[in-house]
Write a protein that binds this ligand. Sequence first.
Ligand code: GTP
Ligand code: MG
Length: 325
Amino acid sequence: MFIDEAVIKIKAGDGGNGCYSHHRMKYKPRGKPDGGNGGRGGNIIIEASQHVHTLQDVSYHHLYKAERGQHGKGSDKYGKHGSDIIIPVPAGTLLLDDATQQLLFDFVSVGDRFVAALGGRGGRGNAALITRNNPNPQHAEYGKPGEEKTLRLNLKVLADVGLVGRPNAGKSTFLSAVSKAHPKIADYPFTTTQPNLGIVKLHDQYESFVVADIPGLIEGSHEGKGLGIRFLKHIERTRVLAIMVESLAEDPEAEATLLINELKQYSPILAAKPKCFILTKSDLFLAEEQQLPTGWFSISSVQKEGLKETLSQLKNLLDTSDSSE
Ligand SMILES: Nc1nc2c(ncn2[C@@H]2O[C@H](COP(=O)(O)OP(=O)(O)OP(=O)(O)O)[C@@H](O)[C@H]2O)c(=O)[nH]1
Ligand SMILES: [Mg+2]
């Protein structure tokens, strides 16, 4: 699991002031009090939406400020309420008070709503302050200030695509080329010792998916060789696998079969997931001498070649895979 984070400041709208005014009539210099109440300030509401998948967009704004309520007017006219601001977040977001780290709300499913900051109440006008003992109040109230908070949002992300390959196949380099993740990359095996996750954003900002990069697999991983297969639990709940083989491999298809066999030893269900076969480091191999197996994709993460096509294929597989997995 991977945490996507954002810290934002929110300020609900202040309440409008109540109005101090008297009704004016001919021959009556001072009629009865008729100052209206001020409007309530806008609330800041956070809502789980199906259109957002990350906290990236939320964190673009550091301050969310809702409209203030309008002031009351004479002739018993109330001030308008300030409009609310709704901040969409993905389902799976935890909302914390940044100062106390106290959990304020857990957005479990789309549509869950939480009023994170209440708009200030509008002040009462002098008309609303009339009492039996005081038929002509000499003041109106000020509006109350809106609530102000600093919030921390944490999103628990589960990966959609799992990267499977031998050590050094270029998994981490691929992740760094297609997302903002910065995994460690080096030309020796087992560079990655902990899973990394990255969010891939496609051209349409609503289209994104999460990729998990895990330590490499070797023949005998299921018997504990190399770093073993214990990291496979991190891709168990993914929907699609990207099987990555170096273009320098003599027989890429045999390599892929070996990898899938190792997966099978761990879980036949995992091994049966939809797969995208990717030949990596295409800049290193000689195109004339080597053929791309049918149905495979060829990429160079270093030269940024073939990435777009590969990502659309992964997206296609995600769209057609069983979302209940
Ligand atoms: N020329 C070239 N080199 C690449 C490409 N992709 C990765 N490499 C190199 O291959 C080596 C291994 O890359 P990594 O991304 O660390 O490989 P990995 O699959 O994550 O390896 P492990 O974490 O050890 O399992 C590094 O030296 C990379 O610079 C590529 O497209 N072209
Ligand atoms: Mg790696």
